[in-house]
Design a protein around this ligand. Structure first.
Ligand SMILES: [Zn+2]
Length: 233
């Protein structure tokens, strides 16, 4: 980082390329930046957003609502809507589930989701149902939602998001039998393009018994139905 002619985002990009590290909108790159670097990147993104607003012919000097918008956008991307790219995985300490009274049933957790499509950077709003058959380890119930949110706070496609959540839950719990069902509305369809309101997209990822055993699969979707009746969406 001795070359001062380069901005930090360029330096980090080159490091990732050298490492053959993928840095798509849905990828976590937290190992390449710390808090100081993040602040520097927010400064650089602010300058870039100022340029975009200039190009859009928006007066950032006299329009009171557009003053500071570039910085607000930069902070929002790094700290909120794409935070899951820049923050390490949430700590999901697991507890052994191997005593005589171990839990052997199905667990279905409903997690609110806020995400963003990587094509148009429009909001994706919905809910994920995560089901597992308890394995050797259990994680706290709130951790399922934390992991789902961490995966969602990036630029994603709903299909990829379901896979990503399944992968991370599998990593955290060691469960081989699991299902992830996502139901979401897309700003993409509502705010632009076909302008269709209340368009709902559903994606499902099933692994192990959730995929191969009809009884387990049915129990999962029955659970979802019960939860939807309790907290309709
Ligand atoms: Zn889109």
């Amino acid at each position: 980082m001795t070359d001062t002619s380069k901005n930090l985002s360029q330096v980090i990009r080159e490091r990732m390329k050298a490492d053959k590290k993928r840095f798509w909108a849905g990828d976590n790159i937290s190992e390449y930046l710390d808090e100081n670097a993040k602040q520097k990147l927010i400064d650089e993104a602010t300058e870039a957003f100022e340029l975009v607003l200039d190009r859009l012919l928006i007066d950032q000097e006299t329009d009171p609502n557009s003053k500071g918008t570039a910085r607000r956008l930069a902070k929002m991307y790094f700290n909120e809507i794409m935070a899951g790219r820049y923050e390490p995985a949430p700590d999901a300490t697991s507890f052994p589930n191997d005593s005589a009274d171990r839990y052997e049933g199905m667990l279905v957790v409903r997690s609110e989701l806020r995400s963003m499509c990587s094509h148009h950077h429009q909001p994706v709003v919905g809910v994920a149902y995560i089901g597992i058959i308890a394995a050797q380890h259990l994680i706290g119930l709130s951790k399922y939602t934390r992991i789902a949110q961490w995966c969602a706070r990036r630029g994603t496609l709903q299909e990829e998001l379901a896979n990503e959540i399944a992968r991370e839950i599998q990593k955290a719990t060691g469960a081989v039998d699991l299902g992830v069902y996502i139901q979401a509305t897309h700003g993409c369809c509502e705010n632009r393009g076909i302008m269709a309101h209340s368009s709902l997209t559903q994606t499902t990822v099933l692994k192990g018994a959730f995929k191969d055993d009809m009884g387990t699969k049915k129990e999962f979707f029955d659970n979802i139905k019960m939860q939807q009746e309790f907290a309709p969406r």
